[in-house]
Design a protein around this ligand. Structure first.
Ligand code: PXL
Length: 272
């Protein structure tokens, strides 16, 4: 029998020769592989960042939508982090679906305890199919305790409305919400405009506005927001500046939207 020859793509070989950077995702488990932990790990891998992952929630879902959700017990989220972090310190991290108030509290405490940096918060509240991905009141704990620790937050229009406590209908509303969220202590607020009727301009606000123009791509996609924040975390892990990381994330997601496919009966899926 022929000897087994390991086949490594050149990108992977090059990573073995360099100091490996790592990023942590604290997020929800998605059996369809389209969002949450699964999406984040694919993105980290595609960008040559070693992925660490802590499960904060479980979902039952397919390409048509989320059928059920469960929070992982907050004491067990804490256990995952207290075992992992003294051993492996990530160069950046992101949070996705945390679901419970108690899980948000644990993440806040762990960020402080282990002095984590390059923190990207994707304040996941609702799935694109309309299922609640956070319990009632979780948004309040996020606003009060998690957002002030974030290097970058990446709400969509709906999440920004809930967190800023205002209705967003226009581009000017988006800008006002970004200022409100920045005043909570978040260093860089990124509001993605894809859900606004007129277009796909994203806003970055860190005391100064940067606008990232885009054109809407029609279709239903699963995991767009997760990918956007995961690319930002991966680029921050690599030492990239925030505005550049966000610009690269927008370009990355836009490019990969053109390469989505359908295996299920519902939304289109990304490979990476
Ligand atoms: O896109 C938000 C999101 C985040 N995390 C998980 C999800 C979803 C949407 O369905 O399932 C696990």
């Amino acid at each position: 029998m022929d000897a087994l020859v390991p086949i490594l793509p050149s990108a992977i070989q090059s990573v073995y020769n360099s100091a490996m950077k790592s990023a942590l995702t604290i997020a929800g488990f998605d059996p369809s592989g389209g969002a949450g932990i699964q999406a984040d790990l694919k993105i980290f891998g595609a960008l040559d960042i070693y992925g660490l992952s802590v499960a904060a929630a479980l979902t039952a879902q397919n390409s048509k939508g989320v059928s059920a959700v469960r929070a992982v017990e907050s004491s067990f989220v804490q256990r995952q982090l207290t075992v992992l972090l003294p051993d492996m310190k990530p160069d950046a991290m992101k949070t996705g679906m945390l679901y419970s108030k108690a899980n948000v509290e644990v993440v806040v405490n762990m960020i402080k305890k282990y002095r984590l940096r390059n923190i990207v918060v994707d304040p996941v509240l609702l799935s694109s199919s309309g299922k609640l991905l956070a319990e009632k009141g979780a948004e309040k704990v996020m606003r009060k305790k998690l957002l002030p620790l974030a290097t970058v937050i990446t709400p969509n229009i709906h999440e920004a409305s809930v967190l800023a406590g205002m209705v967003i209908r226009t581009f000017d509303d988006m800008k006002r919400a970004a200022v409100i969220l920045h005043d909570l202590g978040t260093a860089n607020v990124v509001i993605t405009g894809g859900h606004l009727e007129k277009g796909a301009v994203d806003i970055i606000y860190n005391g100064v506005f940067t606008f990232l123009k885009g054109r809407k791509i029609s279709g239903e996609f699963h995991g767009t927001g997760c990918r956007f924040s995961a690319v930002i975390a991966a680029r921050l892990a690599d030492g990239c500046g925030v505005v550049e990381a966000v610009q690269q994330a927008k370009t990355y997601v836009r490019q990969s939207m053109k390469q989505t496919f359908s295996t299920g009966k519902g939304m289109r899926l990304f490979n990476v």
